[in-house]
Design a protein around this ligand. Sequence first.
Ligand code: DX5
Ligand code: ZN
Length: 216
Amino acid sequence: MPHLIAPSLLSANFLNLGKDIEMVNRSQADWFHLDVMDGVFVPNISFGLPVIERIKKAALKPFDVHLMIIDPDRYIERFRKTGADIISVHAEACSHLHRSVYLIKSTGALAGVVLNPHSPVSLLADIICDADMVLLMSVNPGFGGQKFIENTYQKVRDLKELILKKNSKATIEIDGGVDLANAPLLVKEGAGILVAGNTIFSSPDPEEMISRLKNF
Ligand code: DX5
Ligand code: ZN
């Protein structure tokens, strides 16, 4: 299956979000990636439910909601109601990750589990068969436009191995510093979904950049 591209709206133009949403709609992108930050789990605050609800009215592709918030169980049903199709929670932010994953599934959304760069893949050994997706952070979460952490390649290999060993159906998503230089190797190692913010939205032709990230 060809890999998917999920543009992160964190790097879009918030003064004219409608224009960037339309660009993603007509592009070869597969999903919208929406980064929700609480200023506690990560040192930044982005946007929340009311903004996502409005974006949903204009967007024509699935919503991949990345929750960078403490104790996300409190908000999962509401994010689902605003139109989230995939909801991902950080292993580091959940005291009862298994419960969080099943709460997401109970809403009908796909459940993603996110690992920060310092968290080993082995942490997921007993949840990998329950997760629909694993999101590996390839930067420390909180900001767009950061440098890709090279150790991610090894983590993709470790994760792929764990998925095969446990006979899991989880897909692998990579988020942070993804560009044309690292994307082909990430896909070769087993990544199925690539998030990209800065690479797409700071490009002179974002639609063309999406197509280049999709077709290599
Ligand atoms: C970072 C976010 C990312 C971010 C990626 O905390 O999770 O989704 O928007 O942006 P780039 O591609 O610019 O690193
Ligand atoms: Zn993200």
